[in-house]
Design a protein around this ligand. Structure first.
Ligand code: CP
Length: 322
């Protein structure tokens, strides 16, 4: 079957979703990111792999972490970076997304990083652009957030290197979460043997088991002896009606507290893709506690995004030491 993310030789052409990407490509991105982690510790935090290239950040939906780390990553690769301010762009005058893209191509853009509230927006742009231009999905609706899935796996690998021996729980609003979908695809492709999802029935997609996960509705059972706890935000902006009694009630049942965390292995790590809602899905004592790796996730996001852009542009990991 034709994979729109790969070229004829099986190399990464666009990064649109984790689903459908072979293990070989996921490992290539993770291993390349490894070689970029040290760049941040240099006096001059730059490598020349994207010198002369222009990266356009098109964020049609709000973002703190993804937008900023893509911008930092592109700058560390020595690219010229344009972050279009969509609220002050001609989108507000009715210009279509593809007309915006065509105009940026006319300005010799080489790569688009796209976030959009509509699922499929990055695919639409990838189908539209000429072959020398690359598209990276920075989150589309509830569909996919591939670089978040990759940075999460990278973080897990840093703290728990043997992926083939892990029990991981993803907790919360799985139904509306593009992060959960990307993460589950990445973890199953890389051979994690046990992935649990813990959520009320109203926040789980139908037939979620088909993703290869074990379903729990109860934190006491679901968190037992896990190595990794990944908390998710209630995505209220994607809910069409009241799916829960109240956020206080939700916190009582599904919020991660120190007490509930004791059910996991003593050395379990706690993750969250952000933004967090403290006191809704996670207690502050856990978010800021010893087992939390929430801020390292953000830091590793830079190396992952550098890796993705360098691979798309044809840069080799060896270039990282240039
Ligand atoms: N994790 C994540 O996508 O955060 P932002 O929405 O701030 O980019």
């Amino acid at each position: 079957m034709n994979n729109p993310q790969l070229d004829r030789d099986g190399n990464l052409k666009h990064l649109l979703s984790i689903e459908g990407l072979p293990k070989r490509i996921l490992n290539q991105i993770l291993d390349t990111a490894e070689s970029f982690v040290g760049v941040a510790e240099r006096e001059v935090k730059k490598v020349p792999l994207l010198r002369g290239k222009t990266v356009c950040n098109l964020f049609f939906e709000n973002s703190t972490r993804t937008r900023t780390t893509f911008e930092i990553a592109a700058k560390r690769l020595s690219a010229d970076v344009i972050s279009l301010n969509v609220s002050t762009s001609s989108q507000s005058k009715g210009e279509t997304i593809l007309d915006t893209v065509d105009n940026l191509i006319a300005m010799h853009a080489d790569m688009f990083v796209v976030r959009h509230a509509q699922s499929g927006a990055a695919h639409l742009i990838a189908k539209h652009v000429p072959p020398h231009i690359h598209v990276v999905n920075a989150g589309d609706g509830r569909h996919s957030h591939p670089t978040q899935g990759l940075l999460d796996v990278f973080t897990i690998r840093k703290y728990k290197p043997d992926l083939h021996n892990l029990r991981i729980a993803v907790v919360g609003d799985i139904l509306h979460s593009r992060v959960a979908r990307s993460e589950i695809h990445a973890l199953t492709t890389l051979g994690v043997p046990e992935i649990r999802v813990i959520a009320p029935k109203t926040l789980l997609p139908t037939q979620v088991e088909k993703l290869g996960v074990h379903v729990f509705h109860d934190m006491t059972q679901g968190l037992k002896d896990v190595d990794v706890v990944m908390m998710l935000r209630l995505q209220n902006e994607r809910m069409s009606g009241a799916m829960l009694p109240s956020s206080q009630e939700y916190f009582k049942t599904y919020g991660l507290t120190q007490e509930k965390l004791k059910l996991a292995k003593p050395d379990a790590i706690v993750m969250h893709p952000g933004p967090m809602n403290r006191g809704v899905e996670i207690d502050s004592t856990v978010a800021d506690g010893k087992q939390s790796v929430i801020l390292p996730q953000v830091t590793y996001g830079i190396a992952i995004r550098m890796a993705v852009m360098a691979i798309l542009a044809g840069g080799s990991p060896a270039g990282a030491s240039a």
